[in-house]
Write a protein that binds this ligand. Structure first.
Ligand SMILES: [Mg+2]
Length: 257
């Protein structure tokens, strides 16, 4: 068992709705990203007289330029804009056809290396059976986030989906959280947020929704501290299923495992 309840007085009953992050919460982001970027790097090395280091520097600069210009918006994460800017940085102009090609290569490779964590579907089944509505609250553009959900076979598992493109701002802005709540119209105020990011998911959902926060931990994820400290941490979704079962059975006080 890997679930730890840090604030037992907060985790006292079944939720009225559960919100989920996608990236690095439902699957491990880093291996998928590394595979995607490696595929584009190899392509760039084949096409141009460019070393791996030059590619990495140009990509890093492009990403930082786009992030700096667009701030906390969905398009600040756009791989299409990163690759366009990277090609410009290398001195090749905008190269729109190539930017599109790199974007496709990146996401195709990314998805083929993204592995859904165990028991995500089973947990969503449990929630559906218990009549508890669910929604995705995720940063980035709708096109790729919808593709990820379809790729994982999760498109029919969630009642609603909110992206930062649709909401107009990335988490922890209140906009995506409020939009999710507006779509779900839950029966009560007991909202759970399951995510990996201390600032975006934990602080965001607590500040804007008063949510009970569950942080998914795995390699590379640090537990939030102080105002970003989660109410619960877990490493396996099976343990969230167990927590629900326990709460459903009316057990008010759940000991730490
Ligand atoms: Mg995340």
């Amino acid at each position: 068992m890997t679930l730890r309840i840090h604030r037992p007085n907060v985790v006292v009953g079944l939720p009225d709705a559960v919100l989920f992050d996608i990236d690095n919460t439902l699957y491990s982001y880093e291996p998928a990203h590394q595979a995607g970027i490696t595929a584009v790097r190899s392509k760039t090395e084949r096409l141009f007289d460019i070393t791996a280091d030059e590619f990495d520097l140009a990509f890093k600069k492009a990403r930082s330029d786009v992030n700096g210009r667009l701030g906390k918006t969905a398009s600040s994460h756009s791989r299409l804009l990163y690759f366009q800017s990277m090609l410009e940085t290398i001195g090749l102009g905008s190269q729109v056809l190539l930017a599109l090609d790199f974007e496709q290569t990146y996401w195709r490779t990314f998805l083929s290396h993204a592995v859904l964590f165990d028991d995500v579907k089973e947990l969503l089944d449990d929630l559906r059976i218990a009549g508890i509505p669910t929604a995705i609250v995720t940063d980035l553009t709708a096109q790729i986030q919808f593709r990820k959900l379809v790729y994982f076979g999760l498109d029919r598992y969630f009642d609603y989906c909110v992206t930062s493109e649709e909401a107009g701002a990335d988490k922890p802005d209140p906009a995506p959280f409020r939009l999710a709540l507006q779509k779900i119209t839950p029966k009560g105020s007991g909202i759970w947020m399951i995510g990996d990011h201390p600032t975006k998911d934990i602080r965001g959902a607590r500040e804007h929704l008063g949510a009970v926060t569950l942080q998914k931990l795995h390699r590379g994820v640090n537990v939030g501290k102080e105002g970003e400290a989660p109410d619960c941490t877990f490493t396996a979704f099976a343990d969230v299923r167990h927590l629900l079962t326990t709460l459903q059975a009316g057990v008010r006080r759940v000991a730490n495992y």
